[in-house]
Design a protein around this ligand. Structure first.
Ligand SMILES: [Zn+2]
Ligand SMILES: [Zn+2]
Length: 561
């Protein structure tokens, strides 16, 4: 009885560890005194100008400290910004239980398998769907279907004895989706009737008015282009836009084109989509890219990655005539079914120019109905708020600017300003049905950088060095000395990737003299060899900067003979 009473009044903590000051690294903690669950554990693509940083992942220290009360991780859907961080934390999180739809979990398994991490996790997966109900410690979790751009996306209805929460995940309301049911308005309305204390909702497109066009409009847009194409059709999109892949296969089937798939991630996703029965592909429908030339051009559709002009991806390689066994030719129609992400405009434009110069007809999503977003616009966001009718509103998934815009939208449909919570990474949002919600404190929670297989081991000095190397190259000083610390020959100075603005040899000569002079002056007084190396490097750096205004990485090697 006592337990029930105290649970009844208990404060619930909501802590975003990512996804509130950026697009990506979505990860939210829900916590009571005894229990903790995590919703999503995604990665972000590094937007930093850092060298060799592949991804960023959330800082999970907060959860790792409390790992004994972690009851599981629930994944809303299978996009990398929601699932991609898991593989880096399995051990630190004691190989947690994970929950998600069949498609989501299959994508996670494939990722873990690729990294040889699946073994200890095999027993940890539980498939859920919109009818499931989980009890994870104090948390009761139910699900509702949403439309997005990947199958089996789910929103969450999370309850404790003291609080009721809706967490949308990524969503839009598409009234004519392709190959999936319409999002569950009725269930959301019912949840709203039960009384929701706080709504956490997707802000990705909160700056956009209206609704995105429907997936069925895009299906028609793509079909129109394929129908009119005389030669081969090449379609570039993201492997994660699984709904789009389905539309493309349907179109290929209708127009009797064989499909050649170029791109590992695309293959992988298609394999899973087939496994769960989302896409049905007859074995004679897929051909290898090398076999394309055996068919008449009007019988071919090539599906590839690289819609952002990424140099290593399929379409770019084709554009720059660098794709083994396949080249673009006159009368090919290229469809780019993706939004150009800000910052990639130039590489996409260059790629399109190249494709056109090879004789291809290029159709980009901007011209025609060839792409739509998986995230709702302002009108979708209003529908969500109107159905759920929350007392408090907390926008998530987006930059602070996006969250604020979403807050304005919430205000326009009646959420009072004082009940809109704009959180940062590490904001501890605390409250319950009786007390309402507020940010009780904020702790430091900067994302960790992933470089190769290392997480968080790349620190600022290393990044500085990489930046220096890339910008200015390296200058190496080689000294040979004896035990008495006498130079046995002239210092040798050479460089890689360092650009001399003035006469090259005179700078090198002077550099050698400076090294020699510094060594002779300091070798007797500075006993520590590392310090001596450091002083020589610094003197040389000073000189090179004076002469060239450049800061190469300087490596001084002292050899004892
Ligand atoms: Zn998504
Ligand atoms: Zn997302």
């Amino acid at each position: 009885m006592g337990r029930t009473l105290s649970k009844n009044k208990e404060l619930v903590r909501i802590v975003p560890l990512g996804g509130v000051e950026e697009i990506g690294i979505n990860c939210t903690v829900y916590e009571t005194k005894d229990d903790l669950i995590l919703v999503d554990l995604g990665l972000g693509f590094s937007e930093f100008d850092y060298y060799g940083i592949d991804y960023v992942v959330p800082d999970l220290s907060y959860v790792i400290r409390k790992v004994d009360k972690l009851r599981g991780i629930i994944f809303t859907h299978g996009h990398l910004d929601h699932i991609g961080g898991l593989q880096y934390f399995l051990e630190k999180l004691n190989f947690p239980k994970v929950y998600g739809s069949e498609f989501t979990l299959e994508l996670i398994k494939v990722k873990l398998e690729d990294e040889h991490l699946l073994g200890p996790m095999l027993e940890k997966f539980t498939v859920v769907d919109e009818n499931s109900s989980l009890v994870l410690g104090d948390f009761k979790v139910e699900f509702f279907r949403v439309n997005h751009s990947i199958p089996q996306s789910l929103g969450l209805y999370i309850r404790t004895d003291s609080t009721s929460i809706v967490h949308t995940g990524d969503f839009k309301f598409d009234n004519s989706p392709v190959n999936e049911p319409v999002g569950d308005y009725a269930k959301l309305a019912k949840i709203g009737e039960e009384g929701v204390d706080i709504l956490l909702s997707d802000s990705t497109n909160s700056l956009k008015k209206g609704h995105p066009i429907s997936e069925s409009d895009v299906a028609r847009g793509i079909e129109d282009v394929v129908e009119r194409a005389r030669g081969r059709v090449i379609i570039a999109t993201f492997a994660g836009l699984v709904g789009r892949l389905y539309q493309i296969f349907e179109t290929a089937r209708k127009y009797h084109r064989k499909v050649a798939v170029a791109g590992y991630s695309m293959y992988q996703t298609l394999g899973i989509a087939q496994k769960i029965g989302y896409i049905k592909i007859q074995s004679d429908m897929i051909i290898s890219i090398q076999d394309v030339k055996k068919y008449s051009p009007s019988k071919i559709l090539v599906l590839t990655t690289g819609a952002q002009g990424e140099p290593e991806a399929g379409l770019s390689k084709m554009a720059f005539s660098d794709y083994k066994g396949f080249s673009i030719s006159k009368n090919d129609t290229v469809i780019i079914s993706a939004k150009t992400i800000a910052g990639n405009d130039r590489s996409v434009q260059l790629m399109i120019d190249k494709l056109m110069s090879l004789g291809a007809i290029v159709k980009q999503s901007e011209d025609l109905d060839l792409y739509t977003s998986g995230h709702g616009y302002q009108e979708d966001q209003k529908i969500m708020i109107n159905l759920v009718k929350p007392k408090y509103f907390m926008p998530i998934h987006g930059y602070q600017y996006f969250l604020r815009a979403h807050g304005e939208t919430a205000k326009s449909v009646g959420i009072p300003e004082g009940k809109i919570i704009i959180a940062k990474k590490g904001s501890v949002v605390e409250g319950n049905r009786y007390k309402g919600f507020r940010i009780s404190k904020v702790f430091n929670c900067e994302p960790l950088m992933v470089s190769g297989s290392g997480v968080g081991d790349v620190l600022a000095p290393v990044l500085k060095e990489r930046e220096q190397l890339a910008s200015y190259g390296v200058v190496v000083v080689d000294l040979v000395i004896n035990k008495e610390r006498e130079l046995l020959k002239d210092p040798f100075v050479f460089s890689k990737g360092f650009v001399f603005v003035k006469n090259n040899t005179s700078i090198i000569d002077t550099a050698q003299q400076i090294v020699q002079k510094t060594f002779i002056e300091k070798a007797k007084t500075i006993k520590d060899i590392n310090e001596l190396r450091e002083v020589i490097s610094q003197e040389l750096a000073k000189y090179l900067y004076q002469e060239t205004e450049r800061e190469p990485v300087i490596i001084t090697i002292i050899n004892f003979i």
